[in-house]
Design a protein around this ligand. Structure first.
Ligand SMILES: *[C@@H]1O[C@H](CO)[C@@H](O)[C@H](O)[C@H]1NC(C)=O
Length: 290
């Protein structure tokens, strides 16, 4: 995928200023299974994540909750949330032509999720199973989007990415450095090459975090690694296009141009696989691998 490199990059400052710690609840839905919110997945087929999600089944259903992210009655993307580590396993979105660009608000409200994540366990105080703003406050980590705001096509969908169930503690310089460059570059690539048979932009993106061994305030896992992959059909090239990236959640020297390497899906599957079975991870099915 050499054309990927041609995608031009602008390095814009990405230090989100969180002037407000207030929140309003998202009108979002914890669904029973991933298949209740499958429109954001290629062929409506759930990814395979070793030890977490196999053959469309969540192995530990008390711990991992599928969330159909919804904002103003519109379903926007899908998250599988780990209520023990209090970070997403992944978020998945269908990428289309941006209809309402721009408009990042400096005092964007952070949302927290509905009570229904807690229903199984009514005795716990509200929000016990998910991260809260106070977990991130003064932590030295940024609230890193898993599904990027910039991949959502409308302001409604963009706003819906500002939910703590779509967020991980991300090292600030990684977030505003190589990770943001990768997000920008992948978006630009998809806009150029991911045109379906009707000439419309269409791509599928799955982004996730690998839990690490440290926590914020003993509650929120600080992921060791973040990863992202997309897949689309290009009618121009009459081929499936896909690529993957990952980066360790560690500090980067500011002003130093660090880029995440473009990898194949198989390389990512190997990275996410278990030692026993290197390729038991799978994000997109039934697609000839480029
Ligand atoms: C998105 O959020 C901003 C900031 O909170 C708000 O001003 C705007 O009205 C919201 N837009 C939509 C479409 O909900």
């Amino acid at each position: 995928m050499s054309s990927f490199q041609r995608c031009s990059l602008t390095r814009s400052a990405f230090l989100l200023l969180f002037l407000s710690s207030s929140f309003k609840p998202a009108e979002t839905e914890v669904v029973k299974s991933i298949s209740d919110c499958a429109d954001f997945l290629l062929d409506q087929t759930p990814p395979q994540i070793p030890n977490i999600l196999t053959n469309g089944k969540i192995l530990d259903q008390n711990r991992y909750k599928p969330i159909c992210q919804t904002y103003q009655d519109t379903r926007t993307f899908l998250t599988l949330y780990d209520t023990e580590e209090r970070i997403p396993v992944f978020s998945a979105i269908k990428f289309v032509q941006e209809k309402e660009p721009g408009g990042r608000s400096k005092n964007q409200k952070w949302m927290i999720e509905p009570q229904n994540m807690e229903q199984d366990d009514a005795k716990k105080p509200p929000m016990a199973k998910q991260a809260s703003n106070s977990d991130y406050k003064n932590s030295g980590y940024s609230r890193g989007h898993v599904c990027p705001r910039s991949y959502a096509s409308t302001q409604t969908a963009k706003n819906s990415t500002f939910t703590l169930t779509n967020i991980v503690p991300q090292v600030i310089t990684f977030n505003s450095g190589s990770w943001e460059k990768m997000e920008t570059c992948t978006k630009c690539f998809m806009e150029k090459f991911c045109k379906n048979n009707n000439g419309a932009i269409e791509g599928f993106v799955v982004t996730g975090a690998k839990a690490g061994d440290k926590k914020l305030k003993d509650r929120v896992n600080i992921p060791s690694l973040m990863w992202s992959a997309f897949c689309c059909y290009s009618s121009d090239k009459k081929a499936w296009l896909a690529s993957a990236h990952w980066g360790r959640n560690v500090p980067e020297k500011e002003k130093k141009d660090k880029y995440l390497q473009t990898k194949t899906l198989n390389e990512l599957y190997e990275k996410l696989g278990t030692a026993k079975e290197h390729f038991d991870a799978k994000l997109f099915w039934g697609v000839p691998l480029p």
